[in-house]
Design a binder for this molecule. Structure first.
Ligand SMILES: Cc1cc2nc3c(=O)[nH]c(=O)nc-3n(C[C@H](O)[C@H](O)[C@H](O)COP(=O)(O)OP(=O)(O)OC[C@H]3O[C@@H](n4cnc5c(N)ncnc54)[C@H](O)[C@@H]3O)c2cc1C
Length: 358
């Protein structure tokens, strides 16, 4: 099999990998991004309907505490807007009864991106050569060579589709996913493998729902769209609208654990009924809706990510290592960031570190 040689291989085309690619482009370095899915963005996924981009992955950034995100959005000429929070909130108790409560802005203040969070990825890609990003390229093995590494694309235990040799690999995917799905030769140490497997992938066990409407009827009755439910299926709901004209949206996190989310149709029907109970009859007639179960995404979640994760872990580079194999493989991906790990900010931080390391 002919082997192509490239200076740097970035594995994963989520924010961390795409930002690393953007930084390398600015430095005129040669690289390729190998992305397993048929799309880039990773956990960033914005579905468009009549001009409204519904974020099924991350929708918020927090300029007060995430300076890299705030700066990048500004530098790229993108526009952010405050999460709509004016009006009263709704609380549903375990019996299904709903109460109206005083609304309050979440702290720190949450901002959304015009065009959805995917606008950030699209904009970064404007500065990345198109042929440098290879979709449908799942990396299955990485083998150490006397200089650099050999990276194979395909399915484990089958003939690789193609192989690339490189001086430097940037692992821009969740460490748990890398440890569970990529074969490293020679073996990674036991300590490192265990550390990678222990690093839960942030939000990988979650599912998100967005319902779209012609009118923001909840706002017209003095509701902000912010709601909590102890009954479900949605546990937490927000206004997911554009900054300006419609369509308008209600968006929520499913409160049911991944193992119980078996029947998507039943679940989405139950969610729409719940929205009608909380926000009134018009909520029963969305013009469109989107549902995304991240726990079922093989390029995000593993079996270890199925149980719900209730607390934000304290992330750090796995086993304290930011690179291995004499600086051939560098860890990126938000879960390896020592600050803001799990968040978009962490994805930028980890990418910068991987680029700076020689
Ligand atoms: C529902 C949800 C809501 C969230 N809300 C927020 C929020 O409001 N604010 C916030 O800051 N963060 C939020 N997050 C977290 C945020 O999405 C992540 O921090 C960020 O997107 C991680 O980027 P990443 O590049 O590190 O990883 P990923 O986005 O996971 O990218 C990894 C990439 O690697 C690819 N890949 C996997 N395996 C392979 C392989 N073998 N070969 C090649 N490619 C591979 C994947 O397809 C993917 O594209 C949320 C996440 C979810 C799921």
């Amino acid at each position: 099999m002919p082997t192509e040689t490239v200076d740097t291989i970035i594995i994963g085309g989520g924010l961390s990998g795409i930002y690393a690619a953007y930084l390398l482009s600015q430095r005129n370095k040669s690289f390729v991004v190998l992305e397993a899915r048929e799309r880039i963005g990773g956990r960033i996924l914005s579905r468009e309907h009549q001009g409204l981009f519904s974020d099924l992955g991350p929708s918020w950034y927090w300029p007060e505490i995430h300076p890299k995100m705030a700066h990048l959005i500004q530098a790229l000429g993108l526009k952010g807007y405050r999460q709509f929070e004016e009006g009263m909130g709704r609380i549903q108790n375990p019996s299904g009864a709903v109460h109206t409560v005083r609304g309050y802005p979440m702290q720190p203040l949450c901002w959304r991106l015009s065009g959805g969070m995917m606008a950030l990825i699209t904009k970064l890609c404007e500065d990345i050569p198109e042929n440098a990003i290879r979709l449908n390229h799942p990396v299955c093995t990485i083998e150490k060579k006397s200089a650099g590494a050999l990276v194979s694309i395909g399915e484990l235990d089958k003939e690789p589709w193609t192989q690339l040799s490189t001086n430097k690999v940037i692992l821009a995917l969740p460490p748990r996913l890398a440890a569970a799905t990529i074969l490293f030769t020679p073996d990674l140490s036991h300590n490192l493998t265990q550390a990678m497997l222990r690093m839960g992938t942030w939000m990988a066990g979650h599912a998100k729902f967005c319902a779209l409407y012609e009118e923001p009827f909840w706002r017209q009755t003095g509701l902000s769209g912010h709601g909590f439910s102890e009954r479900g299926p949605l546990g937490e709901i927000h206004d997911g609208s554009n900054n300006g004209q419609g369509p308008y949206g209600l968006t929520g996190f499913v409160g049911i654990p991944a193992v119980q989310r078996n029947h998507q149709q039943h679940l989405t029907e139950a969610i729409i009924s719940q929205l009608a109970i909380i926000y009134g009859k018009p909520a029963a007639q969305p013009t469109a809706f989107f549902y995304q179960d991240w726990a079922r995404e093989r390029f995000t979640a593993t079996q270890f990510d199925q149980p719900p994760m209730y607390q934000h872990p304290i992330y750090h580079s796995p086993a304290g290592q930011t690179s291995i194999w004499d600086s051939t493989i560098h860890f990126a991906g938000t879960e390896t960031a020592t600050q803001h790990g799990g968040y978009l900010e962490g994805a930028l931080t980890a990418a910068e570190r991987a680029i700076m390391n020689p």
